[in-house]
Ligand binder design. Sequence first.
Ligand code: PGA
Length: 253
Amino acid sequence: MKKLIIFNWKMNPGSYGGAEKIFKAALELSRKTKKAEIVICPPFVWLESFSKLLKIKNYKLKAKLGAQDVFWEESGAYTGEISPLMLEYVKVDDVIIGHSERRKYLKETDEMINKKVLTALKSGLKVILCVGENLKIRRSGKKIVMAFVKKQLEKDLAGTKNLKLKTKNLIVAYEPIWAIGTGKPCNPEDALEVIKFIKQTLKAKSSNLKAVKVLYGGSVNGKNIESFLKYKQIDGALVGGASLEPKQFNKII
Ligand code: PGA
């Protein structure tokens, strides 16, 4: 099965020129690979132009566009927020929800994340849900890590049963917070263990979720990606920093 590679550019780069250059390089590569599906998540402001580029170049089926976040209402007095309808208008299919940087800097709670998940799913977007523990929890031992991740999944996906949530509407990314942007990735065997556990938890929640893809994220680069993706159960990677460097993402793809 093809591995899924999600590029999360975060709040980078600062200019449209720079963004277009990276985007086109990633599209070129995505056309050549048969081994990976690619979703590129740039900042909101570049989505519309990129969506037009995808159309013109007819790269459509090779790479897809994703957003880095979405709000939980479809419209209204919510200054600065972006709704699922707006994402659909610019032809975005996938959306990252619950990234640890939003949990940390914007104090997003599991309750807020759950509202976002429900609205995004109702609007037909595919949710890329990020979960993962901090260093303190990791140091407390595996059992505590698993219990923490399970709680996050329960809270973030509460109420999704009523929406008849299916495998194709959800992707989960296991992103231990201590591994994000630190250059210190999780040990692949430890990541595999948590990813297997996430899969079991989803399956136990609903038989509809037994084939949900679960990815690893946190300091993935061209050098270490193989050590994660060699495992059948790790369905792909969520890549931050390295997704902005053509040399790195060339190796990754
Ligand atoms: P990183 O980020 O690859 O720069 O560690 C991953 C992420 O935040 O999704």
